[in-house]
Design a protein around this ligand. Structure first.
Ligand code: AMP
Length: 351
């Protein structure tokens, strides 16, 4: 693991007036780069060959570097190129998926916005559960063995693969039936979680260590195929296909105002718990995946401790961000703002 001290040494060598905000060309890159430009930073995007033209057309990247494979970013020579440009990398979902949390923690010497230790806490389901528990949140039940399934459950596989291969099972027999459809090599490390019925909310937060403040910047609901499609014609179906949960898009949502205080409490409890579990705790953007039950209580089943794709809905800000900022404040821009406000104390926002 590369220590915070090593990262802070790298930051000391940076020319603070010539910082470059960079990320991988996918997921929320447009938003991140646009936000960085709005805050006056130089920007760089790292693409796979063929994608350069796409990113050039928006005028948001001052420089484009190409790599054959995203893990080439880890090569010493490539990292040197980034360090020369005083790069701060912004991790997003595809970034973590392609470069992998363990490599970001152990091999990336280039500063990454936020606390890189958090990536392991969000990608390891056991640790994530410990974090949710410590925060005192309501979480779905879990079954360690298929034989124990006694209610509708969702079976999940590791990695941020957008719900791929997930299936539902009411009991061990249905589990065995459905797992047959999954390739042998993909069957390992499944999690069996109680399926919570209700309405999904995915609020996007930013925790600012500089202001010691949690900000709600938007909320979305993921649009998932085929489960959301089946719901539209469920009255016509005599036989229900197995629902799948592959994210295809995001829809904006605002919550009933009376639900907002609990949404803020959940986020603050998570930030406080993170400080106790992995110092200095959560820094910057995060999202919780929650279900609001008919008792209007939130059950939290997942945390993404980085910018999520749903924030792309609010490149010009959201109803919530407009309460806090009198200018269009996307999550991408909020990250850049924190880096700008950290000024000489970049060590307070990068670990
Ligand atoms: P995840 O990979 O945990 O983000 O889950 C992908 C999707 O599966 C979510 O967006 C939900 O639609 C659904 N889902 C996951 N866990 C649960 C749960 N415990 N109860 C109900 N739906 C869930």
């Amino acid at each position: 693991m590369i220590s915070s001290d090593e990262i802070h040494k790298v930051l000391e060598g940076y020319d603070r007036k010539k910082l470059t905000i960079a990320t991988i060309g996918s997921h929320t890159a447009i938003q991140i780069l646009k936000g960085a430009k709005d805050e006056g930073f130089r920007t760089l995007v790292i693409c796979r060959p063929g994608r350069e033209k796409f990113y050039r057309r928006f005028g948001i990247a001052d420089e484009i570097l190409s790599v054959k494979d995203y893990q080439d970013i880890l090569n010493a020579q490539f990292q040197q190129e980034l360090l020369k440009r005083n790069v701060i990398l912004i991790p997003h979902g595809s970034f973590v998926e392609y470069v992998e949390a363990k490599n970001i923690e152990n091999r990336l010497r280039v500063p990454v916005f936020g606390n890189r230790a958090v990536l392991d806490w969000e990608s390891n389901r056991a640790r994530e559960r410990e974090w949710l528990r410590k925060a005192g949140l309501r979480i779905p039940g879990e079954f360690s063995r298929p034989e124990d399934i006694d209610r509708l459950s969702i079976v999940k596989f590791p990695g941020a693969r957008g719900g791929r291969n997930y299936f539902l099972a009411n009991n061990a027999m249905e589990f065995e039936e459905n797992i047959k459809g999954i390739k042998l090599e993909d069957r390992e490390n499944f999690t069996i979680q109680e399926y919570i019925i209700g309405i999904r909310f995915y609020p996007h937060y930013f925790y600012s260590p500089l202001k010691d403040r949690v900000e709600l910047l938007g909320i979305d609901i993921r649009y998932e195929t085929n489960v959301d499609g089946v719901a539209r014609i469920s009255h016509l179906l005599t036989e229900h296909p197995n629902p799948s949960f592959v994210v295809a898009g995001n829809i904006p949502v605002v919550a009933r105002e009376s639900l907002l205080p609990s949404m803020m409490d959940i986020a603050e409890n998570l930030v406080n718990a993170s400080k106790a579990l992995f110092r200095p705790g959560m820094v910057g953007p995060f999202c919780i995946e929650s279900i609001c039950t008919e008792e209007l209580e939130f059950v939290v089943f997942e945390i993404s401790a980085r910018i999520v794709a749903g924030t792309n809905l609010y490149m010009q800000g959201s109803p919530y961000s407009q309460l806090l900022y009198r200018e269009p404040m996307s999550m991408g821009r909020r990250i850049a703002r924190e880096i700008k406000e950290a000024g000489k104390r970049l060590d307070r926002v990068i670990y």
